[in-house]
Design a protein around this ligand. Structure first.
Ligand SMILES: [Zn+2]
Length: 226
């Protein structure tokens, strides 16, 4: 998929961002004003993105409150963009197949991230994020270029990563796909955390994970079997 394939309908993207931000809190993968949601906007061949504003309660947020940000980081609209706009910008720049990003402080994913642990191949569904594991990016202060650089690296070949002592990022071609993956990553983080209460779980081999990744490619994104 090239960036030319993404929607140019700004209105529907704004509505989708508001709905996704509310849905991530309703799904229990984020609380309060933490987290943020964005979508790539391509118009007349110019790449930009729309992102949730900083410091807003999602229940009070409307379509007009979503902030447009250009590729050089210039915002337009009544509000300032999320303090994490840099990693949204840099992920879109590095990954032309990504159309939407969900960032949350999901409780189980963040618990693992606070232990500097990513999610290893303890369960085959880890492959839903695109590879054999879900990495944990090193810590850097929120909103910094350093955090963005760490996140882009941790996402190499993946659609999700954890952020040490912070939270997680999930990305996809659409807002629906990014939200679905964020929920999946949090479910995996919870299962991994639960397993760790009993013992260090055994891990699937690289060979087994490669088989699953291949099957997911064949079956496509929507719903892997089993
Ligand atoms: Zn955050």
């Amino acid at each position: 998929m090239s960036t030319a394939d993404f929607t140019t309908d700004e209105r529907s993207l704004r509505a989708g961002i508001v709905a996704t931000a509310r849905a991530m809190n309703a799904a229990g993968i984020n609380r309060g004003r933490a987290g943020n949601v964005s979508a790539r906007l391509v118009r007349d061949g110019v790449d930009s993105f729309l992102v949730t504003p900083t410091g807003f309660r999602y229940e009070a947020m409307g379509e007009a409150d979503v902030v447009a940000v250009t590729r050089d980081g210039t915002p337009s609209g009544a509000h300032q963009p999320s303090s994490e706009w840099r990693f949204h910008r840099d992920i879109y720049a590095a990954r032309p197949e990504i159309g939407a990003i969900v960032h949350t402080h999901a409780p189980f994913a963040t618990t693992l991230a606070c232990l500097d642990r990513g999610i290893p191949p303890f369960h085959y569904m880890v492959a839903r994020a695109g590879g054999r594991d879900i990495r944990c990016a090193p810590y850097a202060t929120f909103g910094t270029q350093a955090l963005s650089d760490h996140a882009v690296r941790a996402l190499d070949g993946r659609r999700a990563c954890l952020l040490a002592h912070h939270g997680m990022i999930a990305a996809g071609a659409s807002l629906e796909a990014a939200l679905e993956l964020a929920i999946e990553v949090e479910a995996l983080a919870e299962m991994y955390w639960r397993a760790l209460q009993v013992a260090e779980p055994t891990l699937l081999s690289d060979e087994e994970m490669a088989t699953v990744i291949g099957k997911f490619r064949i079956y496509g994104q929507p719903q892997p079997p089993g």
